[in-house]
Design a protein around this ligand. Structure first.
Ligand code: HMG
Length: 383
C-alpha cells in the first residue's frame, strides 16, 4: 500500500529579528550569522503564543471538514510542551473540531520527535488504510539572550496529513535509525532553556548522518545518484551543508554541485525562520518542494536528527500532481508579512514571560493565541 504525506503546511508567528541587527547588537561580524551560521532572519513569538497556537494555525491551513471526520489520530511531536502530563494534542484535537473517536498524544525525543510521529502515523495507516492521521511538529527554540545558541533560535510548527494514496510524498518504507546516548543538547525538567555543548552537537550530527547514510547505502544498495535531492534537519542552515559536504567528499564535482543546489532550495525558508526543532526537517521539505524544480517519481532523501541522540534516514517518492497540493503562495505571503522587531523590542518580548499561575485575560490579535489563563488552564482565541 502507498502511505505518506497527503498535505503539508507551516506556521510561524508574525515577528522576526534581522540577523544583521542581532549581530551588531552582540558585537559580532554580521557575516558570522549570515554566512558562518547561514541565517538571515529569526522567528520570535509573544508570550500569548505557544505550541498549541502554532500547531492549530499550521493545521487549519490544510484540514477540510471531510478530513476532520476521517482523522482518528492526532500526534504532536514537541520538546516545548506546556504541560508535564496532558498532551497538547488533546487541546489541538478540540480546537480543530476533529471527530471524537480518535487517539491524541504527544511524543518526545528532541528534534527527532516529528519523525517519530510521522513513522507512527504511517504504521497506523498501514493497518487502517481508511483513516487519516494529523501529525504536527511544534516548538519554541530558545537558548537565552546573548547565549551561544541565540543566533540559532526559531519558532513555529509544521502540520502534515498522513494517509493512504498520498498526493505529495509516498514514503518508501526504507528507514535506517540510530540511537546513541550522548549529552550534546538536553533540557532537564524545570529548566527554561536547554543545556548545549555546541561543538559536540555539531560533531554528533555529522557523524550520525555518516553512520545512517552508510548503513542505508549498504542495506538498500543505493548512492547519491539514486536521489534527486536530500533534505536535512536544519538547526541552522550551515549545519546540513556541513554534514552533506563531509559525505560528498568522494563524489565527482558535478554530483556535488547537483546535490548542493537542491540543498540550497531546501533552506530558503529556514534561512528566514531559524530552528523549529521537531519541525525543521519538514520546513526544509516544504522549502524544497516549493523552491526547486522537481518532477513526479523523483526520490527525496530525508535526514532526521534529534539531540540526545536519535537519527534516521528515510526516503520518499514524489507523487504525480504533487505541485497542486502545495501552499506556496500562502507560505511566502506569511513570511513576507511578518513585522521586523528592533533588538529592544525582541529583548522585551523575550523577557516577557507568561505567568501560568496568575488568572488573567490577554489580548493578542492572532487567532488561536492565548485568550486567558484561569486556575493554570489556558483558553485560546478561536476561529
Ligand atoms: P559559535 O561558537 O558561536 O560559532 O557556535 P563558531 O565559532 O563555531 O562559528 C560558526 C561558524 O561561523 C564557523 O563556520 C565559523 O568559521 C564561521 P564553520 O567553521 O563551522 O564552517 N564564522 C564566520 N563566517 C563568516 N564570517 C565571519 C565568521 N566568523 C565565524 N566573520 C553553534 C555555533 C552552532 C555551535 C551555536 O550557535 C550553538 O550552540 N547552537 C545550538 C546548538 C546547535 O544548533 N547544534 C546543531 C547540531 S545539534 C541539532 O541539530 C539538534 C538541535 O536542533 C536540538 C534538538 O535536537 O532538539 C539543536
Amino acid at each position: 500500500m502507498n502511505v505518506g504525506i497527503d498535505k503539508i503546511s507551516f506556521f510561524v508567528p508574525p515577528y522576526y529579528v534581522d540577523m544583521t541587527d542581532l549581530a551588531l547588537a552582540r558585537e559580532v561580524d554580521p557575516n558570522k550569522f549570515h554566512i558562518g551560521i547561514g541565517q538571515d532572519k529569526m522567528a520570535v513569538n509573544k508570550k500569548t503564543q505557544d505550541i498549541v497556537t502554532f500547531a492549530a494555525n499550521a493545521a487549519k491551513n490544510i484540514l477540510t471538514d471531510e478530513d476532520k471526520k476521517q482523522i482518528d489520530m492526532v500526534i504532536v511531536g514537541t520538546e516545548s510542551g506546556i504541560d508535564e502530563s496532558k498532551a497538547s494534542a488533546v487541546v489541538l484535537h478540540r480546537l480543530l473540531g476533529i471527530q471524537p473517536f480518535a487517539r491524541a498524544f504527544e511524543i518526545k525525543e528532541a528534534c527527532y520527535a516529528g519523525t517519530a510521529a510521522l513513522q507512527y502515523a504511517v504504521a497506523h495507516i498501514n493497518i487502517h488504510p481508511e483513516s487519516k492521521v494529523l501529525v504536527v511538529a511544534s516548538d519554541i527554540a530558545k537558548y537565552g539572550l546573548a547565549s551561544g545558541g541565540e543566533p540559532t533560535q526559531g519558532v513555529g510548527a509544521i502540520a502534515m496529513l498522513v494517509s493512504a494514496d498520498p498526493r505529495i510524498l509516498q514514503l518508501n518504507n526504507d528507514s535506517v535509525a540510530l540511537t546513541q546516548d550522548i549529552y550534546d543538547f538536553w533540557r532537564p525538567v524545570g529548566h527554561d532553556y536547554p543545556m548545549v555543548d555546541g561543538q559536540l552537537s555539531n560533531e554528533t550530527y555529522i557523524q550520525a548522518f555518516q553512520k545512517v547514510w552508510k548503513e542505508y547505502q549498504q542495506r538498500h544498495k543505493k548512492s547519491f545518484a539514486d536521489f534527486h535531492a536530500l533534505t536535512f534537519h536544519i538547526p541552522y542552515t550551515k549545519m546540513g551543508k556541513k554534514a552533506l559536504l563531509a559525505a560528498l567528499e568522494d563524489e565527482a564535482p558535478e554530483e556535488q554541485e547537483r546535490i548542493l543546489a537542491k540543498y540550497e532550495a531546501s533552506i530558503v525558508y529556514s534561512r528566514q525562520v531559524g530552528n523549529l526543532y521537531t519541525g525543521s526537517l519538514y520546513l526544509g521539505l516544504i522549502s524544497l518542494l516549493e523552491n526547486a524544480k522537481l518532477k513526479a517519481g523523483e526520490q527525496i532523501g530525508l535526514f532526521s536528527y534529534g539531540s540526545g541522540t536519535v537519527a534516521e534516514f528515510f526516503s520518499g517518492t514524489l507523487v504525480g500532481g504533487f505541485e497542486n497540493q502545495l501552499l506556496t503562495e500562502l507560505h511566502q505571503k506569511q513570511l513576507a508579512e511578518r513585522k521586523g522587531l528592533s533588538i529592544t523590542e525582541y529583548e522585551e518580548m523575550f523577557n516577557d514571560h507568561l505567568e501560568v499561575d496568575a488568572d488573567k485575560e490577554y489580548d493578542d490579535a492572532l487567532l488561536y493565541s492565548i485568550a486567558s489563563i484561569s486556575n493554570t488552564v489556558r483558553t485560546y482565541k478561536e476561529d
